[in-house]
Design a protein around this ligand. Sequence first.
Ligand SMILES: Nc1ncnc2c1ncn2[C@@H]1O[C@H](COP(=O)(O)OP(=O)(O)OP(=O)(O)O)[C@@H](O)[C@H]1O
Ligand SMILES: [Mg+2]
Length: 273
Amino acid sequence: MTTLDEKKVRTIAIASGKGGVGKTNITASLAMALRKLDKKVMIFDADLGLSNIDVVLNLATKYNIDHLFKGEKKLKDLIVEGPNGVKVLPASSGIQELTTLDEFQRLRLIEEFEAYDDNMDYLLIDTSSGISENVAFFCMAAQEIVIITSAEPTALTDAYALIKVLFTKYQEKNFKVLVNNVKDKKEAIEVYNRLSTAAEKFLSISLDYIGFVPHDNVVPKSVCQQRAFLDAYPESSAARSLTEITKKLDNDNTQNVKGSLQFFLGGLLNSKC
Ligand SMILES: Nc1ncnc2c1ncn2[C@@H]1O[C@H](COP(=O)(O)OP(=O)(O)OP(=O)(O)O)[C@@H](O)[C@H]1O
Ligand SMILES: [Mg+2]
């Protein structure tokens, strides 16, 4: 049995504020890109009441997080193996109660992660839209937060609102920004500049630009095929951009100091969200 201290894992929350900007598709393809780098990856579908990742990756899930909270199943019973060996912890669909986790459910989650004896390199947390307590909870528990925004003013406003809440309520200052669904790098930088200017001016925090994924028809096409775009269309411009971002993320070792599962569990426990 591995001890918690040995469980080095980078936990990354993918969040956006606004819905439908590409969190789930980016998470699924980021996982595929990390697998190509030979990393062990688990996706945690933290859109607990309205899960999606199982649909996007065409996974047959027998149990979901609700079975865990009811004490009927263990974490290891829930986890399904997706394409290319990506592990997925599925959420549930249509269970309203799960949109806000209570103290008991949080503790159960922590207990289960503690007992889960598997070495992972990355735990990717696909959060739900909005700025609910659950979203804040998972963002604060993770070591890194990737904010996804598109060029739409509403996406930018909601991304800023999420950053503002995490900063003002929980003093979070570190955010990575991935601009999705834009024409080109120029547009991506313009979008990033708008967001980071607001964050600097009103919150005095600087955001870290990690790259962009262009608008690409292979994304909706792969959704219909229930495959990650990086897997189904590895030569597409969306896949090539995300591969670059993934390499950069993986090379960024600055997070290693707090890179343990224990940190994530501590974050879950201490989060006051
Ligand atoms: N780069 C892109 N190019 C083209 N279409 C895209 C791109 N990214 C996302 N989309 C489209 O946006 C839709 C929504 O994406 P996705 O489900 O990943 O968003 P989400 O942020 O997870 O949504 P939710 O908040 O509802 O969970 C996809 O079905 C896809 O068709
Ligand atoms: Mg989603």
